[in-house]
Design a protein around this ligand. Structure first.
Ligand SMILES: C[S@@+](CC[C@H](N)C(=O)[O-])C[C@H]1O[C@@H](n2cnc3c(N)ncnc32)[C@H](O)[C@@H]1O
Length: 199
């Protein structure tokens, strides 16, 4: 099945092939959490495929180190309104405004059931991604995926996980993913909470 993006297309950084992959994965999922939604380009693909709810978590302030460049528009304070407008035709998007790491705590307390898929596309610095993965790792049951595997801290994140024995695979374009991530939790804890990789 082909993903049909809205017209005009939502601004963002994901390619058609990447959006199609997200859409296809989402069709197998009943609940999804997305970290980093910006104006809703990836959210739209996920929510178009998913029968259940997509929780989109973003503080809508832009990523700290990109606020002066590619995310300058965030300074105008209109990103959340654009996100809401761009996803308004979909009734399964739950906009959760806030910090991704803090949301992990709130989500863990509020939900008794794990979600099926986590999609990570917020701040790509090593420390931010590691913090998010440690906070969220045990929440997705079926799939943990993310974007921008060649950017900022992601190459280091990926090589540390591979060395720890986590089966992390490349998706189309700059996507990466791990199936049934919970099976690797002890390995992740060992490498990232064992004190050897905290730079
Ligand atoms: C690369 S963009 C997301 C792109 C989006 N997935 C798309 O398809 O267009 C990163 C987003 O992460 C958000 N973000 C960065 N750090 C965050 C944090 N700590 N908590 C919440 N949102 C964050 C930014 O506001 C920005 O909207």
């Amino acid at each position: 099945m082909i993903y049909l993006p809205p017209v005009p297309e939502i601004q963002g950084w994901m390619s058609t092939a990447e959006l199609q992959w997200l859409f296809e994965q989402a069709r197998e999922m009943r609940s999804i959490v997305e970290l980093g939604s910006w104006k809703g380009r990836s959210t739209h693909a996920l929510a178009s495929g998913c029968e259940g709810i997509v929780f989109a978590i973003d503080h809508f302030k832009g990523t700290e180190y990109e606020r002066a460049t590619t995310m300058k528009e965030a300074l105008e304070g209109t990103i959340k309104q654009q996100f809401l407008k761009n996803t308004s035709a979909l009734d399964n998007v739950c906009c959760c405004e806030g910090d991704t790491a803090k949301a992990a705590v709130a989500y863990g307390e509020a939900a008794n059931n794990p979600i099926d898929m986590l999609f990570v596309d917020a701040d790509h610095s090593y420390q931010a991604v590691k913090g998010e993965l440690l906070a969220w790792w045990r929440v997705p049951r079926k799939l943990l995926a993310g974007h921008d595997r060649y950017e900022a801290g992601l190459p280091r994140i990926i090589s540390e996980l591979l060395l720890a024995g986590v089966k992390i695979e490349p998706g189309p374009g700059w996507l990466w993913f791990i199936r049934e991530p919970r099976q690797y939790w002890e390995r992740v804890q060992k490498v990232w909470e064992g004190g050897s990789c905290d730079q």
